[in-house]
Design a protein around this ligand. Structure first.
Ligand SMILES: Cc1cc2nc3c(=O)[nH]c(=O)nc-3n(C[C@H](O)[C@H](O)[C@H](O)COP(=O)(O)OP(=O)(O)OC[C@H]3O[C@@H](n4cnc5c(N)ncnc54)[C@H](O)[C@@H]3O)c2cc1C
Length: 504
């Protein structure tokens, strides 16, 4: 391997985006993916005639200038065929009131929330002002958190006057904004915000940073939007894979990275231990490593023994553990869904908390005509599943599956007998298929003390070790992890004296 080689670990959207960008700039890249296919949490799996999205089902950033569109345009990739979701979701607070529809048209959304949450307009106006300021800032590719002079310079370049004003709200939570606007006594509004924020930030309104929450609460509205990809979510990874290969990246499937060793005195500092599909142990040198796995994976992978790596691993060990999820995958005849069908619902269930539902569209490639795939996910504590013996694990799984089906019968009127296929993935299944410790989903919660400037840096203190993915700014979702990959690639290239600027 040459002196300027980079090894990318993980072939989800983050790793693939990093590999595509690096190889596009002529850097020799090897990407190792432990699974037999790419895509990670935004991949798919097949069951007979049905194709299920593993995790991600709605995509942000496909509009012109959105992060996926921007990078795909730069990389000369084809955009996956997709449809804008309008409404993006129906949020049912399950309190007997009418569900809240997240319309794409800002005027329609204004009318909806005035009907649903009368008297809350000052709160939404404040969120809108913060969101506009955030968007100007993030469009200038800031590096957060800054860990070098170059990072800090990128941050300074991105700041405008309005960001300084918004910056005063850095320590605030979304709940603080509700209080400032006198809306904190509206329990329906609070319940709605808690549900929605949990999806994007893993935290409720009290502990979601105001600056982060203000933006994610407006992802569904123009000029942004949420999209449904035809075929499957795998289309994003397929296109990135094509781009990587076209640019000369080498992609190794079923190759699991099992160790990382840093040696200061070597010309090429890193050695990566990999197990190939035949169980053979390989050792590969690399000058830089881009790790797209959750940072908690480094606790097992890092073999280097030094004060610096011990200190860094201690920082990672202390990170709060993100949530895990249980995911129901089902298929049913279209006619078994009696009410008017939308693609996404979020239900506030009594027994499972937020239940987020994604339904395929007839003929969108996920199920034969006249049939639909149905995915419903709820948060769960990962460690609870790992402590169980086989029998209790099976019972717990059956219990959750049954609760999900009961909720679907109660809220969407889907009779239990209509299911053509049902199965449940637990945090253990996610840990097995995606290698995420305890099956954690999403990144670190976007708490005022942990978001953006206070988060985990993509530039680690150990030379040549870089992180991207959903624990890195700006956080989870395929759009978020792509942004993190752009940031880390710019940092890595800048460390080699090359400045990557991608047109807006
Ligand atoms: C249930 C669920 C629902 C979601 N819904 C949405 C949604 O609707 N919209 C949205 O935008 N996002 C959603 N997300 C989040 C989104 O899927 C993730 O934030 C994003 O896909 C993470 O991408 P990544 O590349 O950072 O990580 P991953 O997708 O986890 O990719 C990491 C890759 O590394 C591989 N790997 C792990 N260990 C090793 C190893 N030792 N060696 C080699 N390879 C390894 C894994 O197999 C995996 O392919 C959802 C996630 C889940 C779980």
């Amino acid at each position: 391997m040459s002196d300027n080689s980079v090894i990318v670990i993980g072939g989800g959207v983050a790793g693939l985006t990093a590999a595509a960008l690096l190889s596009n700039e002529g850097v020799p890249v090897k990407l190792f993916e432990s699974h037999h296919q790419l895509g990670g949490c935004a991949g798919t799996f097949r069951r007979g005639p049905y194709l299920f999205d593993v995790g991600a089902t709605q995509v942000a950033g496909l509009e012109t200038g959105g992060i996926h569109e921007r990078l795909f345009r730069y990389l000369k990739c084809s955009m996956p065929a997709a449809e804008l979701l309008d409404p993006a979701c129906l949020v049912d607070l399950c309190d007997g009131s009418k569900p809240i529809r997240l319309w794409h048209d800002p005027q329609r959304w204004l009318e909806e929330r005035q009907r649903q949450f009368p008297g809350s307009e000052s709160f939404w106006a404040l969120c809108s002002a913060l969101h506009k300021s955030n968007w100007v800032f993030s469009g200038r590719d800031p590096v957060l958190p800054s860990r070098s002079f170059w990072d800090f310079f990128q941050l300074l370049k991105a700041i405008r006057f309005q960001n300084i004003a918004a910056g005063l709200l850095v320590p605030f939570s979304i709940y603080d904004l509700l209080k400032v606007c006198g809306c904190n006594t509206d329990s329906r509004l609070k319940k709605f915000l808690d549900l929605q924020l949990r999806l994007y930030s893993q935290e409720p309104s009290e502990t979601t940073a105001a600056l982060y929450g203000a933006t994610v609460l407006q992802m569904a509205q123009a000029p942004l939007g949420l999209w449904h990809i035809y075929g499957s979510m795998q289309k994003i990874s397929d296109e990135l894979e094509r781009c990587c290969k076209r640019n000369g990246s080498k992609i190794f499937l079923k190759h699991k990275v099992v160790g990382l060793t840093f040696e200061q005195d070597k010309k090429i500092n890193w050695t990566v231990d990999v197990i190939d599909p035949n169980g053979l142990a390989l050792q590969l040198p690399a000058s830089d490593i881009v790790c797209s796995l959750p940072p908690q994976s480094l606790l097992k992978l890092m073999k280097s023994k030094s004060k610096l790596s011990d200190h860094y691993l201690e920082t990672i060990r202390r990170l709060p553990r993100p949530s895990s999820a249980v995911v129901f995958y089902g298929a049913l005849p279209k006619k078994a869904l009696p009410i008017k069908k939308f693609s996404h619902y979020q239900l506030a269930t009594k027994d499972l908390g937020s239940l987020f539902i994604s339904i395929s569209q007839d003929g969108d490639g996920r199920a034969p005509l006249g049939k639909l795939t149905f995915i419903a996910s709820a948060f769960s504590r990962g460690e609870e599943w790992f402590e169980l013996d086989k029998i209790t694990y099976k019972q717990k799984k059956e219990d959750i599956l049954s609760k999900i089906m009961d909720n679907l019968q109660l809220r969407l009127n889907i009779s239990r007998s209509s299911w053509l296929h049902t199965e449940l993935a637990t945090p253990k299944s996610f840990a097995y298929w995606t290698g995420r410790p305890y099956g954690i989903v999403g990144g670190l919660g976007q708490h005022p003390l942990r978001f953006g400037p206070f988060g985990l840096s993509s530039r680690t203190p150990i030379k040549g070790l870089w992180l991207c993915g959903d624990s890195i700014h700006p956080g989870e979702g395929t759009a978020g992890v792509s942004q993190s990959s752009l940031m880390v690639v710019r940092q890595l290239l800048a460390s080699r004296g090359y400045h990557l600027n991608i047109p807006k």
